[in-house]
Design a protein. Structure first.
Length: 440
């Protein structure tokens, strides 16, 4: 068989699915490429050929997610299948790539006599190896790499077990295998819940399962794990987070972790929120013009919104603040009576206010507000105030401005006005969890 006849047979086998390339180099040497399995065929003498699988290994600085370990595992599997099928161990050659940040290993056979059946078997074996579960081999290689630097991150082997590493607090376990293959006796891997909205806060890493459980772990534990991942250029954006048995946070990726969940998680979330508000307020004091998040009132019940208004009046210095009326009105229509003390030329005087609280899902219209004059007369008050958790329509604002004629004092707060004034009282932002809206 001539070389050209041999090439035509290969072309007939692999050009049908566009999986073939015949390349003539500058020295007119012929090279056949089957890209889907990285198989290449070159020629030596007139009646022999070389066939090999090309494994490219980028240097660690350029590679993410332990892909080199998976390539190495695939090379190991391919080597074993080739040796078994051909009863001949494949050869390995290192290809030098000057100036390129990767190394190339060529695995195959050199100086073979023309045999189209051998080519077809070689390609089939490479495809078969691609479909083999290489997880266990790759996991072992990953843990070997991790173990070499474990001391830098205060991890150690657990009782001589090469499959896992343990941190010095005994609260974080690092591993690479599928969790079910580790056979942790303390885990029921059937009870795994996804953790939504994972966030690294100040002291804790937090999230929540769909069943409503709040998941909190010490931020130091997960940051130490993340530092280890950074060392190997693992993309943390690819991590998935799960809760197991309500006791462990399961961080799933090529490198995995089990971290004990803290108790009293709800109290810790409250602490995080309070700390966040205080820090945000400190930043605002440093640069008052910084964009601020609008406040979110939607999660408050009617009674909670009314209590917020009550607390705000106390903070503002109003005296004898008393809620009156019913709190079960759909728009949050409870009234608050409060007294304001102010100085005049003749001394200190006292003004009685009647406040209405409207917790509304839509903009407040003039028809949604009681007749102000009647309300003041009924309560023997001379000042009227309005709190609304939503916006005020132009016709309502116009009505309020017309009533504010000097004899009656009127103040009104829609959502935007409430946002402005409440930012001055970080204790209220924290107490009612108000931060979380859009940035202004």
């Amino acid at each position: 068989m001539t070389r050209q006849d041999f090439i035509k047979q290969i072309e007939k086998l692999y050009t049908g699915d566009a999986d073939f390339d015949l390349y003539n180099g500058i020295d007119e040497s012929e090279e056949i490429i089957i890209p889907s399995v990285d198989v290449k065929i070159t020629f030596g003498t007139e009646d022999t050929f070389n066939i090999y699988r090309d494994f490219c290994y980028p240097t660690r600085d350029c590679e993410e997610n332990f892909e080199n370990e998976y390539r190495s595992a695939l090379e190991s599997i391919t080597t074993e299948i080739l040796r078994h099928r051909f009863d001949e161990k494949p050869l390995v050659e290192e290809e030098c790539s000057y100036g390129c940040p990767f190394d190339t290993t060529l695995l195959g056979y050199w100086g073979k006599s023309f045999d189209i059946g051998f080519v077809e078997s070689f390609v089939t074996i490479c495809r078969e190896a691609e479909l083999t579960d290489i997880g266990n081999i790759a996991s072992t290689m990953i843990m070997e790499s991790v173990s070499q630097v474990a001391h830098k991150f205060n991890f150690r082997k657990r009782n001589g077990d090469d499959d896992v590493l343990l941190d010095k607090s005994n609260r974080t376990i690092i591993f690479a295998k599928d969790i079910s293959r580790l056979k942790f006796t303390e885990l029921n891997t059937k009870k795994i819940e996804p953790v939504d909205f994972p966030v690294s806060a100040t002291r804790y890493f937090c999230g929540k399962t769909k069943s409503g459980q709040i998941v909190v772990v010490d931020i130091k534990a997960i940051l130490n794990f993340f530092k280890l991942c950074d060392h190997f250029h693992v993309d943390k954006a690819d991590f998935d987070f799960f809760c197991i048995n309500g006791e462990f946070l399961y961080v799933k990726g090529n490198l995995k972790a089990l971290i004990l969940i803290e108790k009293d998680a709800e109290d810790m979330i409250d602490e995080e929120y309070s700390l966040f508000v205080r820090k945000l307020d400190a930043l605002r004091r440093i640069k008052p013009t910084v964009s601020r998040a609008s406040l979110d009132f939607s999660h408050l019940s009617f009674a909670e919104f009314e209590k917020l208004c009550y607390d705000y009046l106390i903070e503002k210095g109003f005296r004898d603040v008393h809620p009156v009326g019913k709190a079960t009105v759909a728009d949050g229509g409870k009234d608050i009576i409060a007294y304001e003390e102010y100085k005049t030329l003749t001394g200190t005087e006292r003004r009685k206010w009647i406040w209405q609280c409207k917790h509304s899902k839509k903009s407040l219209n003039r028809k949604d507000v009681s007749e102000i004059s009647d309300l003041l007369a009924e309560n023997k008050a001379t000042a009227y105030g309005l709190f609304c958790s939503n916006s005020l329509t132009p016709d309502l604002i116009n009505r309020l401005e017309l009533k504010n004629d000097g004899q009656i004092k009127i103040i009104y707060y829609g959502a935007s006005e409430l946002t402005t004034v409440l930012w001055q009282y970080t204790s209220l932002l924290s107490k009612y969890k108000l931060i979380g809206g859009d940035t202004e």
